[in-house]
Design a protein around this ligand. Structure first.
Ligand SMILES: [Zn+2]
Length: 470
């Protein structure tokens, strides 16, 4: 029988940046979901990658005296390595400068053109080089780009190719209002996007005459395709140019951050409708992170890199902290100080210590793997991206209860061979193995270590799972 297929994507990260905690949270979240579905014996395709075209990349490359392609070739591996360093189980790392992607993009845009959904017009507006997009007067905040208040916006006018986005307004509203769809969730995002859609949408300029670092418009090679238009197609193109992946389209999940909500829930859906391709089943938006109460920014020097986290907390410690420390659907405040407190409390003093105590008390016992009953509550939390609650429940149900049981029954006071002692320890071990089963998606190496210790002849640990951090 064919396995159920599951396709999940992260945004492809803009190559002008270096990996930071924002990218890390999205990517770890996607990995948890991917691993969870693999554990359910589904056939998973997990895609991440880098977005490599556009003016900003060309400028950054020129500053370093490199060609745009050489610049991309130098930066893209930083993302790939960062994800490998966090044990991210992506199946493919896509780069938009891959000629196979470029070919699919050209075919895709040609389909939209042939449909009559692309026309030429003069565009005039406020252009932000930070965002590489035009803003209307009303979208500016105090005359500045809402995301780049320190960059001047330029009044620009040019001949562009336009996509008839407005043609899809009614259809998009209909789709988003259908309670059976998940084109934008959580619900707060659905209402936000619906309100914006209903207030009216304009056609979208999708080509640039002056930007050379991009994919040529097939029928007008003097123009390159707008970087966003090219980037969104990555989710689809990977399934087309990689062999045996066609059946993974439409994607089950696009995981995104709220600053790219409009692109994914309106523009991308309209592009697919126009090209006659199936729509993704769900777009999940997580929120933004503040670092110790401040917006993360290079100038404040508070950018947290994934490597910094791994150096401090280890791979699984980092993955745990990201999943456990905040709800994914609300804005959150994180910081190294808070991470340290939680790491010491939950992992060093609690889980790590418990595993080591039980292993020591059970030395020499031979234990076989118990059958684990599915916990619906935990499952539901994971499927709704409530990783914090899922982990909270795993800890309450399996870890805290085991601690209580140990402290109440004091098996170390009982004779080694007594049935009572073996009974208590057997329960403790089964709880830890059940915890490991649920921790697999979050902390794969730790889960494996726990299983290794407690299945078969039990030996004490030779070093703590999570050393305390000062
Ligand atoms: Zn901007």
């Amino acid at each position: 029988m064919d396995k159920k297929k599951f396709y999940i994507t992260t945004p492809i990260y803009y190559i002008n940046d270096v990996p930071h905690i924002g990218h890390t949270c999205t990517t770890v979240a996607a990995d948890i979901v991917a691993r969870y579905h693999r554990q359910k014996a589904e056939e998973v395709f997990f895609l991440t990658g880098t977005d490599e075209h556009g003016e900003k990349v060309a400028e950054a490359a020129a500053k370093e005296g490199l060609s745009p392609k050489d610049f991309c070739d130098r930066i893209a591996p930083r993302f790939e390595e960062a994800w490998k360093g966090l044990n991210i189980s992506f199946d493919y790392f896509i780069r938009t400068t891959d000629p196979r992607h470029e070919k699919v993009v050209q075919e895709f845009i040609q389909r939209i053109y042939d449909r009559g959904d692309i026309y030429k017009d003069r565009y005039e507006g406020w252009y932000c080089t930070g965002c590489e997009r035009f803003y209307t007067e009303s979208e500016l905040v105090d005359g500045k780009c809402p995301l780049h208040p320190n960059l001047p916006v330029e009044r620009k006018s040019e001949e562009n190719w336009f996509f008839k986005l407005s043609k899809y307004q009614t259809k998009l509203i209909e789709l988003l209002e259908d309670p059976n769809t998940n084109y934008a969730f959580p619900e707060s995002k659905r209402s936000e996007i619906l309100a914006k859609l209903k207030s009216g949408i304009k056609d979208l300029s999708i080509s640039r005459e002056k930007v050379k670092w991009g994919i040529p418009v097939p029928w007008d090679p003097e123009h390159t395709i707008y970087v966003w238009f090219d980037a969104l197609i990555n989710y689809y193109s990977a399934t087309q140019f990689l062999s045996g992946k066609e059946d993974f389209w439409p994607a089950d999940f696009h995981l995104i951050a709220k600053d790219i909500l409009w692109f994914h829930t309106v523009i991308w859906q309209a592009m697919l409708l126009s090209a006659g391709a199936a729509l993704p089943k769900a777009v999940y938006t997580h929120s933004f992170y503040m670092i110790d109460g401040q917006k993360m920014s290079k100038s404040l020097g508070n950018v947290i890199s994934p490597q910094q986290l791994v150096d401090l907390f280890g791979v699984d410690g980092t993955r745990f902290l990201i999943a456990r420390s905040f709800p994914f659907d609300g804005d959150s405040d994180v910081g190294i100080g808070k991470f340290k407190e939680r790491y010491n409390a939950d992992l060093a003093n609690n889980l790590g210590n418990l595993v080591s105590r039980v292993a020591k008390l059970s030395e020499g016992v031979v234990h076989s793997a118990p059958e684990i009953k599915e916990n619906e509550e935990i499952r539901e939390y994971i499927e709704n991206f409530r990783f914090d609650e899922a982990l909270n429940t795993v800890f309450k149900k399996y870890i805290d209860q085991t601690n209580d049981l140990l402290n109440k029954s004091e098996p170390w006071k009982l004779p080694k061979e007594s049935q009572e002692r073996q009974g208590v320890l057997g329960k403790c071990i089964n709880n830890l193995l059940a915890a490991a089963n649920y921790l697999t998606a979050f902390m794969p190496e730790t889960a494996e270590k726990i299983e290794k210790v407690f299945v078969g002849a039990i030996k004490p640990l030779d070093k703590p799972l999570f050393p305390r951090i000062a």
